[in-house]
Design a protein around this ligand. Structure first.
Ligand code: KE4
Length: 431
């Protein structure tokens, strides 16, 4: 167990709060859900991050998903250095954008055509506009506990940082806009059928995390996802799989590859940029060609597809193979089984979920099938164990409503160390 020194982080946090709301540039980093001082990071390498007080951690947050090759992967860094020396952005097309577009299509074939953007929020915001413009309808459907970024229409009954702060619909979203966002409990097939029976011909699109990651990992059931596919097809609405997180994470070929269900549109982010700001939306050619400049549904972006960000994505995706996922999934299975074993040993209520390279430890007997189930988890126990894990050199997501990940750089030894850390955390929490 390392003595957690946070003196420098505390001073850095003090200074940061003077100039940035909450001292952060994204709320979940402020550790509000677990209290205490957020750790300010000095650098990372492979599966480790080192904070400015010199504490070293096995990192399972991995920048909320993007770093599937771990921090500062040698090849990615080398490729980025070369790209930066040639220029970082031209505001003009480059062959690199086509190269990444082709790579994505090979891995996720439903994405016949794609538009690069600079964040997951921009990807989902644009996909919603496309669905509304393409169908000439206004209503969209999302699911309680799903988070699709912070564009107004989607900040209704959202998960992730929204759930962490208990504000599921943000002030500032006009009622008129929220009115056109219909929300349904996740995995509630009957409620989906009911909604379509009453509003089917008003619905432009349904956006869903096919494997939810913004209330912790909660997989969409096959029946639920198939019902979304059937109902949207029957009523002329578009099915949008928000795979910003699950893309290249739930499976190399996305949750759509795992479930064998083809959406009309897919949104991507995180891994597709390899740690640089990249998002994307794409899908059927006839739908995507409704986007400017071919069609008249507007989308634009100064840094969309810039060569530096494209290089981050290309360098990352080119190094990944199905074999990598087999190895990572084996480690995630061993890790979550070990956590569950330790919890049972110490009488801690625990439900573990894992899909591909995504995993969550819910402090609850379970079952965990939707947002309400996650809200019922033992928050106090989560918080206690979170700090104990840090003291034992393990950095997990600082909120029960977030997902943990793994990289190709995590080793069997890391898994063993993490399971031991959980055992020590559970022992301390029950003393
Ligand atoms: P960004 O705008 O943060 O790049 O992507 C928004 C987004 C869209 N869709 C899904 C399924 C997502 O998970 C996200 C962002 N995920 C959160 C993690 N829960 C980002 C972390 C943060 O907000 O700081």
């Amino acid at each position: 167990m390392q003595q957690l020194h946070t003196k420098k982080s505390a001073a850095a946090f003090e200074a940061a709060q003077k100039r940035m709301p909450g001292g952060v540039n994204s709320p979940v980093r402020a550790f509000k859900n677990v209290g205490g001082t957020p750790l300010f990071i000095d650098h990372g390498k492979n599966q480790h991050i080192i904070d400015i007080d010199g504490n070293t951690f096995i990192d399972y947050v991995l920048s909320w998903g993007p770093l599937i090759l771990g921090h500062a992967d040698d090849q990615v860094v080398a490729d980025l250095k070369k790209a930066a020396e040639r220029g970082t952005s031209y505001g003009a097309p480059t062959p690199l954008e086509t190269e990444l577009a082709e790579l994505v299509h090979q891995i996720i074939p439903s994405i016949e055509m794609i538009r690069m953007v600079s964040s997951g929020t921009e990807a989902t915001m644009s996909a919603i506009r496309l669905a509304r413009g393409y169908t000439h309808r206004d209503k969209i459907v999302k699911f309680i506990g799903n988070y699709h970024g912070h564009s107004d229409s989607l900040l209704v009954d959202a998960g992730s940082g929204m759930a962490t702060f208990g504000i599921t619909t943000s002030p500032g979203v006009p009622d008129a806009l929220a009115y056109d966002t219909l929300t349904v409990p996740y995995n509630d097939t009957a409620a989906v059928k009911e909604l379509f029976a009453h509003h089917g011909d008003e619905i432009a699109g349904v956006i869903v995390e096919p494997v939810a990651g913004n209330m912790g990992v909660v997989p969409g059931t096959q029946t639920f996802l198939q019902t979304l596919r059937d109902e949207t097809t029957a009523h002329g609405a578009l099915l949008i799989f928000d795979e910003v997180m699950s893309g290249f994470r739930a499976d190399f070929h996305g949750a759509q590859g795992l479930r064998g269900i083809t959406p009309d549109l897919t949104t991507l982010g995180k891994v597709i940029g390899g740690g640089l700001p990249v998002g994307a939306f794409g899908g059927k050619r006839e739908i995507m060609e409704a986007i400017t400049p071919v069609g008249n549904i507007y989308h634009a972006g100064t840094l969309s597809g810039n060569p530096l960000a494209m290089t981050g994505g290309i360098s990352t995706l080119k190094q990944l193979s199905d074999a990598d996922y087999v190895a990572m999934e084996k480690r995630v299975a061993a890790l979550t089984a070990g956590i569950k074993h330790q919890a049972d040993k110490h009488g801690i209520p625990m439900t573990v979920h894992h899909v591909g390279t995504m995993w969550s430890a819910f402090y609850s007997e379970g079952p965990i099938n939707n947002f309400a189930d996650v809200q019922a988890c033992d928050q106090e126990l989560f918080e206690k164990c979170f700090w104990q894990l840090l003291a034992h050199g393990v950095y997990v997501a600082p909120s029960q409503f977030e997902t943990c990940f793994i990289s190709t750089k995590h080793t069997d030894e890391d898994i063993e160390k993490t399971i031991e850390a959980y055992g020590a955390a559970f022992a301390a929490a029950t003393r």
